[in-house]
Design a protein around this ligand. Structure first.
Ligand SMILES: [Zn+2]
Length: 323
């Protein structure tokens, strides 16, 4: 292979840190590339260059979009073939195939549509009916049969005005998960300020890894750091539902807002991955006092770059580092 700049044949392969904007969003990753040993410029190498662009797409999808496994799982959930599912989405079969293989990035419209379907699968029937004209009578019947046979239909019909966004982590609010997350962190007793931060970290770290939040909660910036929007109502609801006791104690002129769990959290509410993140957050902050976790959260871009009393974008999750 020859260098385009100086014409040298003296090249080598080395790890290269890529850092660039893709569809306006920053991505970073390391991949092998070929360089000229004489002038140090990048040298075209079809195989390595293709690999690097594939990694770039995966990184983008992991951070900002939807990953290929999620698309395949969604289609399988509906029992649909690639051509049937493509027709419902309104794209060519080869487009869907390239999304499923991770060879291209779904554009924003498809990303939103796919994420909406993951969260609210019941709307597939509405989409099919809206595009009824694009199916033959036979196809229409067949697709509906297949979807109706799929196992997941039982819980499908719960139409709400949920709109997936960067503020809810593209996830519909799941109050049962919210309550169980509180029970998880409360196990016996937790101070309210610490609990609210741990919830923030759990949702945001899960988003960092999967592109979705656990609970669908929106978070806002207040003096004490990021907290779930309407957390007072959430705590009240937990008390009303007899899940926790909420007590305020005064010691040395300080108020301690203590939350005591009255039940064990229900493990069944969470996926394995979610439990993993919950444990990670709990372990990481186990020795932090309330004021230490407040101080820690004040260093997050999520906090610094958000205005007071405004909602925090889950996209700041990518700047959070917790080992
Ligand atoms: Zn050169």
């Amino acid at each position: 292979m020859k260098c385009d700049i100086c014409g040298s044949l003296n090249t080598c392969v080395k790890e290269h840190k890529h850092e660039f904007l893709m569809k306006g969003k920053k991505i970073e990753f390391i991949a092998l590339r070929r360089f000229c040993k004489d002038c140090n410029n990048l040298v075209y190498d079809e195989e390595l260059d293709n690999q690097a662009s594939k990694i770039a797409i995966q990184e983008y999808n992991k951070k900002y979009g939807i990953n290929k496994e999620e698309i395949v799982n969604l289609r399988k959930k509906f029992n649909l073939s690639q051509s049937q599912f493509a027709k419902i989405l309104g794209c060519a079969k080869k487009t869907l195939v390239s999304y499923e293989n991770g060879n291209s990035i779904p554009n924003d419209n498809y990303t939103i549509l796919l994420k909406t379907l993951i969260d609210s699968p019941e709307i597939i029937n509405k989409i099919i009916d809206a595009n009824k004209d694009s199916f033959t009578e036979k196809e229409y019947v067949k697709i509906n049969d297949k979807i109706n046979q799929s196992n997941n239909l039982n819980q499908l019909y719960s139409i709400t005005d949920f709109k997936p966004s960067e503020y809810n982590g593209y996830t519909k609010l799941n109050t049962s998960k919210v309550y169980n997350m509180i029970l998880f962190f409360a196990q016996k007793m937790v101070l309210k300020t610490k609990l609210l931060k741990e919830m923030f970290y759990a949702d945001f770290l899960f988003y960092k890894e999967t592109g979705l939040s656990i609970t669908g909660l929106e978070y806002a910036k207040i003096n004490l750091g990021p907290v779930p929007d309407q957390f007072e109502k959430i705590i009240n609801d937990c008390t009303k539902n007899d899940l926790i006791n909420y007590e305020i104690e005064f010691q040395n002129n300080c108020e301690y807002h203590k939350i005591f769990s009255k039940k064990h959290y229900n493990k069944e509410e969470f996926s394995k991955k979610e439990i993993e993140i919950l444990n990670k957050v709990k372990d990481y902050f186990k020795d932090f006092t309330s004021s230490e976790i407040v101080e820690f959260s004040h260093k997050e871009k999520a906090f610094i770059n958000t205005e007071y009393f405004k909602n925090i974008s889950y996209d700041y999750a990518f700047d959070i580092e917790i080992k």
